[in-house]
Design a protein around this ligand. Sequence first.
Ligand code: HBI
Ligand code: FE
Length: 288
Amino acid sequence: MSRLPVAPTQSPVQLRGDYAQAAPDFRVAQNYDNYTADEQAIWRTLYERQLGLLGEHAAPEFLAGLRLLGADAGRIPVLAEASERLKRLTGFEVIGVPGLIPEADFFAHLAERRFPVTVWMRRRDELDYLVEPDLFHDFFGHLPMLAHTVFANFIQAYGALGERAQGPAQLKMLARLYWYTVEFGLVATSRGLRAYGAGILSSSGETVYATRASGPARIGFDLQRVLRTNYLIDAYQKTYFVLDDIEQLFDSVLEADFDALFAQADLPAYEPDARLPIDQPVASTSTF
Ligand code: HBI
Ligand code: FE
């Protein structure tokens, strides 16, 4: 495979997966029998740890999606089985990939309702943090929300936007949108702030921090603000953006004029901890 993806993180990382077996669109087989007993145990540990936190911290849409996926702590899920379920729910397929793939391929898959899921599991010494998304992050973190019709529509629209973006500055804007919603998004509910972002819900530490810590700012979601706000990849977020409801995400990109927004790509970005007069702070029941 000549075209190895440039990992979309600020620090170039050595990609872990086996890209040599990947198809031109980066699909790989899951090779289920290759998972070791320890990898099955790591899945169980991660799943059970997160399950204990979801009731208090996860958006109801995430909880509903996780149930619909039918996975459990007992074993690493078979991607083809989850794909069958998800396809019936929102038309999204699940495809195995060796890890991070080039942005153009990633966007093309999303635009055609295919979600790439890394096929390898993290090591035991990476339970709390790893740089590149593994199967647990992608499957447990991302797939439940793809069972939600409107969120699935947003992800497809996001993929189509990616195919429209021209050049690194516009791609960076879209990476910020993905980061502050799909990865680290919060939503307001009648029972307080809940997380729907995969980066939050696949991390036990950030699941509690994002919804309860007093340190970070929590700001009402504003598309233009998010598109211009840089993010930290190796620390808890300084700023979380809060949706009024999941539909707001799809509505915001549907109504937006991306020709005008992309034209602002070269404007200076806001720092991750920026506080602006236009920001609408959202109260949280901080407990620490
Ligand atoms: N590849 N497999 C995979 N998973 C991702 O989440 C991913 C990717 N490539 C690019 C990428 N994310 C980011 O650049 C997004 O912001 C597009
Ligand atoms: Fe992710």
